[in-house]
Ligand binder design. Sequence first.
Ligand SMILES: CC(C)(COP(=O)(O)OP(=O)(O)OC[C@H]1O[C@@H](n2cnc3c(N)ncnc32)[C@H](O)[C@@H]1OP(=O)(O)O)[C@@H](O)C(=O)NCCC(=O)NCCS
Length: 151
Amino acid sequence: MPPDLTFRSARVSEREALEALQWRASLNNPGDREALLAHPDAIHIPPDQLAGGLVFVAESGGAIVGFAALVSRSDGDSELDALFVEPGLWRRGYGKALLLHCAQAARDRGSAALHVVGNRHAEAFYRSCGFELVGAAETRFGSGLLMRMRL
Ligand SMILES: CC(C)(COP(=O)(O)OP(=O)(O)OC[C@H]1O[C@@H](n2cnc3c(N)ncnc32)[C@H](O)[C@@H]1OP(=O)(O)O)[C@@H](O)C(=O)NCCC(=O)NCCS
């Protein structure tokens, strides 16, 4: 894990800052830019999700470097609902560290697996974190990858 990286639940008051981070990260995915600019409402972190304590921020040097969100599934497993790292800080291990933090949080909640509907651009990232491909799903932005990590 990168040195001095810490995790905590995000505050409701941080919603706009986290949405801005999500914009910066998402616009750096080739191919997603046009779809996002056409559907700006796609970037919205529900206040209830923040209040529930399952949106986690990673901080380094006093600044937020990324965030991730977990949601509970009806089968008891958990779903990774968001994962974004500041684009100027990619490939430093922050994304994987956030993901592993979420995996531990999901384990602590009794989940047997962590699921994600992954962006195709992130497939190599998820595989490197231990996810396997289990199917495909249609999203409003095209086809996504159904991926799963056993906990
Ligand atoms: C996906 C994302 C969260 C990864 O964050 P990150 O901090 O750059 O990831 P890490 O540095 O922890 O990467 C861990 C490993 O994943 C793999 N990986 C990460 N990005 C990769 C890429 N673009 N291409 C190939 N492999 C990649 C590598 O094996 C990497 O290890 P290495 O750098 O030692 O080779 C980040 O790129 C991001 O925010 N992207 C935009 C938003 C997004 O697509 N989120 C996922 C939505 S499903």
